[in-house]
Write a protein that binds this ligand. Sequence first.
Ligand SMILES: [Zn+2]
Length: 119
Amino acid sequence: MTKKEKRKKLLDILEKRKRKLIGYIKDGQISIDQLKLQECKDDLDFAEMSFDTFNEEILTTKLACELEEVEAAILRIDDGTYGICDMCDENIGFKRLKAKPYAKYCVTCREIFESKNKE
Ligand SMILES: [Zn+2]
């Protein structure tokens, strides 16, 4: 797969995720402006979330946070900074981006970030 094809694939994943998230949020009928007042504190893996384990309000907040991340990632694709780790400036692997297309850190920095947060 060429670099261009990978980029296209990831953009496709992001766009699909964005539409899905907007759909979820609309169903929840909670305004995004309201949600933006709340901080996106963590960097949870949303794919692991289940609708049963979160109450609707928390879930919608998390979805809105993810939507922001997805939109930011789409902008990064546009300006060419997408897929570069925020901390060490190394390229984030394609495999990781496919699993989490709005990832800001590479696997190594992500681990450092997580262990710092636990302290
Ligand atoms: Zn890094």
